[in-house]
Write a protein that binds this ligand. Structure first.
Ligand SMILES: *Cc1c(COP(=O)(O)O)cnc(C)c1O
Length: 424
């Protein structure tokens, strides 16, 4: 479900023609739909109203302040993974009591900042980290809450770079070790262990891995009860998949049907951390066709957006649907087999490989769909390219939410030492 639709052979985002946006703001350009972004949040909230969860949008999926603010205004909390994201959460006006913080490598400064701000809890990923949080809380004379991130050792059935709940992944703590830690919980006198956390991976399209993981933690919760250890929260993480190609991911309500009974049975307060599900289909990346290059073996469509703008194809071999802004919806116009590539000096710099794509000419624009999550937030300045501009469309209005970078942004922090200055 998204608000990018063709009308009279022109792609629109809500009420605006995307081609006009490309001409006004230049390319590469990220275009987001407010309606789609907030709609996904509201749909998830409604599907799970039976347990009234705190939905903490995962900031890393797309951390633009305007998008964070849009979700925070609707009541969303935020899931953060760094001190930088903590700052963003504050800038977006998120109450500290709606912030949860996961990461295997929280630094002392990051822990200290989160303690000062009084976040809801840390998702703790190792015994060493728990001891460190306890030490820092003690030195500041504060108490804090943590949830133990469990590694439930389940197969998430997704790309191997985005599974996080197998025992060979670096995330979370295995059940045996977690049990030992909980038995010793009194040793960590400045920390109260208030819950469990799981996040088993991303772009998961069936309920089965979630069900498996939740069942495992449920029996663990019961085992703890027998020892008199009563928890308050269960954080089930994110990971819900979206449609990039021909996937048929479960809808929010189908997903809820499968796991709501399990969640209710725990009797705990539920936290969710969706990222991709909320942001993924709410953004497109618009690029201009620079050159068409036929070669003896294949045809290349060279566009002005590259792996520095959208790294998912290069990083995971990810599929993104690509359509011209002007033209017919998928499968209705003339198509040709081609690679859609960027200008970067790497053969891994492609947006689509060996793909039937609509025929386009130099100077025309294309849209890369499903670019709202892990698109801009993973972008870089590689090849000294300025990062793209981002705009937000709300009905018939467009708002710039991140200006295109300039050359001075690019070199802002670089310093030429004195001994290299001068003529020779
Ligand atoms: C990345 C991440 C998420 C969000 O994952 P999605 O697949 O985008 O929903 C949630 N929780 C944690 C701890 C994460 O690291």
């Amino acid at each position: 479900m998204h608000e990018f639709k063709y009308k009279d052979n022109q792609l629109y985002c809500e009420g605006l023609k995307v081609e006009n946006l490309a001409q006004t703001f230049g390319t590469p350009l990220y275009v987001y739909s407010y309606e789609t972004l907030t709609g996904h949040y509201l749909r998830l909230k409604e599907a799970f109203q039976g347990v009234n969860p705190l939905i903490c949008y995962s900031v890393k999926a797309n951390s633009n302040l305007a998008l964070l603010k849009a979700l925070v205004k609707l009541g969303a909390g935020l899931d953060i993974v760094s001190g930088g994201e903590l700052e963003r959460a504050h800038r977006a006006g998120c109450p500290s009591r709606k912030i949860v913080y996961a990461s295997v490598g929280k630094t002392d400064q990051e822990i200290s900042a989160a303690l000062t701000s009084g976040i809801l809890f840390f998702n703790v990923e190792s015994l060493a980290e728990l001891a460190n949080i306890n030490r820092i809380a003690g030195s500041k004379g504060v108490n804090c809450r943590v949830a133990i991130r469990i590694n439930p050792d389940v197969e998430a059935k997704t790309h191997k770079f985005i599974t996080t709940g197998k025992i060979t992944n670096k995330f979370g703590i295995d059940l045996n070790r977690a049990y030992q830690i909980l038995l010793l919980r009194k040793k960590f006198e400045n920390v109260s262990i208030c819950g469990l956390h799981i996040h088993i991976g991303s772009q998961i399209t069936t309920a089965e891995p979630f069900v498996g993981a939740i069942k495992k933690v449920t029996s663990f919760i019961n085992k703890l009860k027998l020892k008199g250890i009563i928890l308050e929260y269960l954080n089930i993480g994110g990971g819900l998949g979206i449609i990039y190609d021909r996937e048929t991911p479960q809808t929010a309500s189908k997903y809820a049907q499968k796991i709501l009974p399990l969640l209710r049975a725990t009797g705990l307060k539920i936290i969710m951390e969706p990222g991709r599900f909320i942001a993924g289909n709410s953004g497109i990346l618009v690029a201009k066709v620079l050159y068409i290059k036929p070669t003896p073996k294949k045809k290349f469509i060279i566009v002005d957006a590259g792996m520095n703008d959208l790294v998912r194809p290069a990083l995971y071999g990810a599929y993104h649907q690509i359509l011209p802004l002007k033209g017919k919806a998928r499968g209705k116009g003339k198509e040709e087999l081609a690679d859609v590539v960027g200008p970067i000096c790497e053969s891994g710099d492609f947006l689509a490989k060996h793909r039937l794509v609509a025929k386009v000419k130099e100077g025309e624009y294309i849209a890369v769909f499903g670019a709202g999550a892990y698109g801009f937030s993973m972008s870089s300045n590689y090849n000294s390219r300025m990062r793209a501009a981002e705009v937000l469309v709300h009905k018939n209005k467009v708002f710039i939410i991140r200006k295109r970078e300039t050359f001075s942004d690019l070199i802002r922090n670089e310093v030429i030492p004195d001994f290299l200055k001068g003529k020779k």
